[in-house]
Design a protein around this ligand. Structure first.
Ligand SMILES: NC(=O)c1ccc[n+]([C@@H]2O[C@H](COP(=O)([O-])OP(=O)(O)OC[C@H]3O[C@@H](n4cnc5c(N)ncnc54)[C@H](OP(=O)(O)O)[C@@H]3O)[C@@H](O)[C@H]2O)c1
Length: 250
């Protein structure tokens, strides 16, 4: 798929990694629905930036833990552009909590944003893609999708469920809609990381350094163009997942 002239909805598209994805799509000529939750001002700036690049853009706010707001987001996107061709689900709470720290309310909130909102958006938007004979869906995952991460329990389980849902959709929506996932490694430190944290995490990749949000955004574009790839997951992690296999010295 050539994104030029297509309509892309990016959840969490106002800031950080989601913003880089939105920016790359706009630079490729895609019109944008930039979803945001709390980052109202950043969403406004992202819209202005996209318009300066010559595409149409709109910012739509929604708490993705609330199904009614998710439905309203899909409706507003379709009302504005008449269709959505590309869905990138990047929004994701990053909540540190073990089993005993995870209340049922927190569990439901994380699952709501990661899994339920993606289910509802896909259910609402994919039939139009199928009817038009073309569509692309990309979910942004992380290493918790495949590896246990008990200090981020709901997050890790939510990312696993998101990938399970995405690969089911790859089967159900074929051949017209392709559905893929991206597993970023360390590309942008969350607030509060110390320089020691940053150095330790860099050393835990094969390439010995952090990537950037642009690396993830480039991978999204690659998957849009990659017409023979569906139901696949692409690691953009500097080799983080294989670092434990480095030969020991000494
Ligand atoms: N940063 C990394 O190095 C890294 C590494 C691996 C994977 N990833 C993945 O890349 C994606 C983006 O990461 P990031 O670091 O840029 O994320 P982030 O800084 O933690 O931002 C979280 C995003 O999720 C949105 N969000 C959170 N709660 C929400 C809710 N209840 N309803 C709607 N939106 C909500 C936020 O929207 P508002 O700001 O508008 O509230 C924001 O756009 C995530 O899927 C993350 O798992 C990132």
């Amino acid at each position: 798929m050539n994104p030029a002239g297509k309509v892309a909805l990016v959840t969490g598209g106002a800031v950080r990694v989601g913003r880089a994805i939105a920016r790359n799509l706009a630079a490729s000529g895609a019109h944008l629905v930039i979803h945001y939750h709390r980052s109202t001002e950043a969403a406004r700036e992202a819209v202005a930036e996209a318009r300066r690049m010559g595409v149409e853009a709109v910012a739509i706010g929604a708490d993705l833990a609330d199904p009614a707001q998710v439905e309203a987001l899909a409706q507003a996107a379709e009302d504005h552009f008449g269709r959505v061709d590309i869905l990138v689900h990047s929004a994701s709470p990053f909540v540190r909590a073990s089993l005993t720290e995870t209340t049922h309310e927190l569990w439901r909130q994380v699952m709501g944003v990661l899994v339920d909102s993606f289910f509802l958006l896909a259910r609402r938007l994919a039939p139009g893609m199928v009817a038009r004979g073309e569509g692309n869906i990309v979910v942004i995952l992380d290493r918790g999708t495949f590896d246990p991460w008990p200090t981020f329990l709901a997050h890790s389980v939510g990312k696993s469920a998101l990938w399970a849902l995405a690969r089911n959709l790859a089967v159900e929506l074929a051949p017209h809609v392709r559905v893929n996932g991206i597993v970023p490694g360390p590309v942008l430190p969350p607030p509060g990381y110390t320089s020691e944290d940053i150095a330790r995490i860099a050393a835990g990749t094969l390439l010995g350094r952090w990537g950037s949000p642009a690396d993830v955004a480039d991978a999204v574009l690659f998957l849009l163009h990659a017409d023979y790839i569906t139901g696949e997951v692409l690691f953009v992690d500097g080799g983080e997942r294989w670092a434990h296999r480095r030969p020991q010295t000494g």
